[in-house]
Design a protein around this ligand. Structure first.
Ligand code: 26V
Length: 831
């Protein structure tokens, strides 16, 4: 296999526009040119009267014209070379905006900027027209999007497969301090990036029908149905613009012969209604990443993704290969969490029932083709689907699962004779009042590789969560620490810092982030430190002025920007940060002259709509913000800001401006985290627990340059039996005062009832996530943070050292490891 380069695309040699020959006419005054042509012929408007939205669509389409030839060429190159292909199956791709990213990766900024100037277009206003493609909940979906960028940049022949939800993650509004969910109808207007491929549809067969009953979709048994998957392709431009890979999203539809019977009997209305119902399958993304509690339609969505993607993959395989035995040499399928685990049984079904292979051969091919990544250890988020649901929707798959399990348990009993308890724990089927299929077990048994997403997470997965399976297949378990794309998360979102870095060490870091190490010795240089401070100021001013113009909120740009932005979850401990704020608030109330550097605490994140406590945490944050804002004793020293509607674009704005990154999950609970890496790369200092990838970040940067605190994962586990939050309440005055203020109604107009559930969680119900255990150490650590901030030069040095040691957290490095150690795939360069 050819070695895969860590620095794949040469920088400084833009492919577009020169290579494709279209750049010269883009935006020219000639009405035949791309931009005007789009306005006149697509929108049928006079360019002078075009609305800003029409202008955006025309610019985006003009940029698409720049990449089209390379996109076609990429497909042709792969078809000709027939390399081993990589398929990334994911229920989520949290893409964000594409216009500026595609311009950056095409290296087309200079011509696009010049052309926009000529046309009198404002690039920022124009970019704002594009809605975020929010086809994901959080980390898992954003990781998938970063991986696509890296795979294209590294010239890997890869395709992403997902679903084309018409409604992405809900829009969050805050009303009276509380979260309200609004639908995100992001496809309301035509999306300039997607290409429907109506000639490449595939079919997915269910043993039931989806019907609307009382306004809600229901599964009707024993009514076999065919669903049609319509591919919608999106270009994924690698940096340098040479490779343009594809993200293929499936939309559900009904076949043309659908319900022909009813149609012939005159039930035209019923036939059309059924079509509408079929199309409703991919209408909306499930917004709850905190529990896997069974929504039946989600199960059908998962199967639909699997069936459509696999049909497409196998069709492509068969068009260039004649022997099924070549499958694992030509195809690597990565399962992003258990959501696409039905790929195991779907591939078995095709190989057994359609290709007519024997069990052993089919099983060997299946296992060698598939690999699985686990993204969470939280028991409530591990997928288990009722056996009864399989019977209803996918009876053949259930038969296959029982047979896989029979053989697997035979192997368990052979390896560990007499250990029936082990067989029960390892089984693919959870027995009990209701029988469930344990999807993680199926994923591990049916693939050749299982990995976690940070060293500690992979270790806990192997030694605790699925210990019995790891003991059956020790060679299958590994780790692939997550990463993020430096194109979007540094080059694009932080121009001031990116320029500083390029001026100091050249631009090679954009495709080889390990080059950032060259900054480490330069951190000794006071001039560079001054430049870093200037770049951070620029980013902070940019953010504050955006905040003021869009929301009217004014924040102090010289205060410490202390940020926790992520989904709202108890384990992520937004409450710990709130408790610290209340501790500081009390200190300042007791002594308004207390010399502490001013801080602005930023929160952003969505709570799952049904997660009541998470929603109450949002309300608490907003209540604390309001009380602090109206208290003259602390105003000017402390401010709390909850930024509504956290999405990729908001992260791109705030992260460059951050001074402090809060990564404060209960140790052992955050699988990896990826915003931690984004902050580090943008020169924020981390206050964090020894959890997820934060541990590896501190190792890289040196613990002296980090603010680590709190219990370790081992300490959390070993104190679980005797930990009692009441002890902290009784013995720590500041803890008690803070909790009492919350519980007695100080932040709820004197009404103690409002935040009682939070007090109960932290005290009476045992504080499962051990906030009170860590509060003392956290508060002391934050004092060191404040002290360092009063020495801006020393702060800048640590920040620069963090940036210098963030190179390992490029998703290029992660993808290099997947490609060489799991997929056995290498680059297939496009001319
Ligand atoms: C579960 C479910 C349950 C059914 C409904 C929809 C849904 C959506 C997502 C999930 C699983 C969420 C798991 C997840 O996002 N894990 C995060 O993965 C990141 C990337 O590896 C990692 O950095 C975070 O630490 C981890 O929490």
């Amino acid at each position: 296999m050819p070695p895969i380069s860590a620095q794949p695309a040469p920088t400084g040699t833009p492919v577009a526009p020169e290579h494709n020959g279209h750049g010269k006419i883009l935006f020219s005054g000639d009405p035949n040119a791309s931009y005007e042509r789009r306005l006149v012929f697509d929108h049928v408007v006079e360019p002078k009267t075009a609305t800003i939205r029409e202008q955006f669509e025309a610019v985006a389409r003009a940029v698409r014209d720049l990449l089209t030839r390379q996109w076609l060429k990429t497909t042709q190159t792969y078809d000709r070379a027939n390399p081993k292909r990589v398929y990334y199956l994911s229920m989520e791709f949290l893409i964000g905006r594409s216009l500026t990213n595609n311009i950056t990766n095409l290296m087309a900024e200079p011509i696009v900027q010049e052309a926009m100037k000529r046309e009198g277009l404002d690039p920022i206003t124009l970019a704002e027209q594009e809605p975020d493609a929010g086809l994901g909940n959080g980390g898992l979906g954003r990781l998938a999007a970063c991986f696509l960028d890296s795979m294209a940049t590294m010239q890997l022949p890869a395709i992403g497969y997902g679903l084309r939800y018409e409604y992405g993650i809900f829009r969050q509004e805050i009303e009276n301090g509380s979260q309200v969910e609004r639908p995100d109808n992001w496809l309301r207007r035509p999306d300039p990036w997607e290409i429907p491929r109506l000639c490449e549809t595939v079919e997915a067969r269910l043993n039931c029908s989806v019907r609307i009953h009382n306004g809600a979709p229901h599964l009707e048994p024993n009514a076999p149905r065919v669903l049609v998957g319509v591919p919608y392709d999106r270009p994924i431009v690698g940096f340098g613009g040479k490779t343009v890979n594809t993200l293929r999203l499936w939309g559900a539809s009904a076949p043309d012969f659908f319900n022909l019977g009813e149609f012939n009997h005159g039930d035209f209305f019923g036939a059309v209604l059924d079509r509408v119902t079929a199309e409703s399958l991919t209408r909306v993304l499930y917004p709850d990443d905190s529990t896997a509690a069974g929504r039946r339609l989600r199960f059908v969505q998962e199967y639909f993704l699997v069936a459509c993607s696999l049909a497409d993959i196998l069709r492509r395989f068969k068009s260039s290969n004649s022997d099924w035995r070549a499958l694992p040499d030509k195809v690597a399928i990565q399962l992003n969490d258990t959501h696409p685990t039905l790929t195991v049984t779907e591939l078995m079904r095709v190989l057994l029932d359609d290709a007519r292979l024997g069990w052993d051969e089919a099983w060997d091919l299946t296992v060698r083709t598939l690999a699985y990544t686990n993204h969470t250890l939280l028991p409530e988020a591990l997928e288990r689907w009722p056996v009864e649901l399989f019977e209803l929707v996918l009876p053949r798959h259930l038969e296959l699962i029982f047979e896989i399990n029979r053989r697997f348990l035979g192997a368990v009993r052979a390896k560990f004779p007499g250990d029936e308890a082990r067989a029960e724990r390892a089984s693919l089927i959870e027995e009990g009042a209701s029988r469930n299929v344990r999807m993680a077990h199926l994923a591990i048994v049916g693939t050749h590789s299982t990995n976690g997403v940070a060293a500690i997470h992979s270790e806990l997965l192997r030694t605790r969560t699925v210990k019995d399976l790891a003991e059956m297949f020790p060679e299958r378990f590994g780790n692939k620490t997550n990463g993020i794309t430096p194109r979007r998360w540094l080059h694009l979102c932080n121009p001031a810092l990116a320029t500083l870095i390029t001026d100091a060490i050249g631009d090679g870091w954009v495709t080889d982030l390990s080059k950032l190490r060259a900054l480490a010795p330069l951190a000794e240089d006071p001039t560079l430190r001054a430049k870093f401070r200037r770049a951070k100021e620029t980013a902070k001013e940019r953010f504050t002025s955006w905040l003021q113009t869009t929301t009217g909120q004014v924040v102090n740009p010289v205060s410490i920007f202390d940020c926790q932005i992520k989904r709202i979850h108890e384990y992520k401990r937004q409450l710990l940060m709130v408790l610290h704020i209340v501790v500081l608030y009390n200190r300042l109330r007791a002594d308004p002259t207390l010399p502490i550097p001013p801080r602005t605490f930023f929160f952003a994140g969505k709570a799952a709509p049904a997660y009541t406590l998470a929603k109450l945490i949002i309300r608490l944050i907003n209540s604390v913000a309001a009380v602090i804002d109206s208290d003259p004793a602390v105003r000017g020293k402390l401010a709390v800001v909850f930024l509504p509607e956290y999405n990729v674009s908001l992260a791109e704005r705030l992260i460059p401006a951050a001074d402090v990154s809060e990564q404060i999950s209960t140790a052992g609970f955050e699988a990896s985290g990826t915003s931690n890496m984004k902050f580090m790369m943008n020169g924020a200092l981390t206050v964090g627990t020894r959890d997820g990838a934060t541990i590896e970040m501190a190792q890289e940067a040196g613990e002296d340059n980090f603010f680590l605190f709190g219990l370790t994962a081992d300490q959390v586990a070993s104190s679980r039996g005797w930990y009692d939050p009441h002890w902290h309440y009784a013995h720590e005055l500041e803890t008690r005062t803070a909790l009492d203020l919350i519980a007695l109604g100080h932040f709820s107009n004197g009404d103690p009832g409002v935040f009682a559930p939070i007090r109960d969680t932290l005290l009476t119900k045992g504080d499962y996530y051990m906030h009170l255990a860590d509060l003392g150490d956290y508060t002391r650590t934050q004092e060191h943070v404040s002290a360092l901030f009063t020495d801006p030069d020393a702060w800048a040095k640590k920040a620069l050292l963090n940036i210098a040691h963030s190179g390992r957290f490029s998703s290029d490095r992660t993808i290099h490891e997947y490609a060489t150690e799991i997929w056995g795939a290498g680059p297939c360069p496009v001319d």
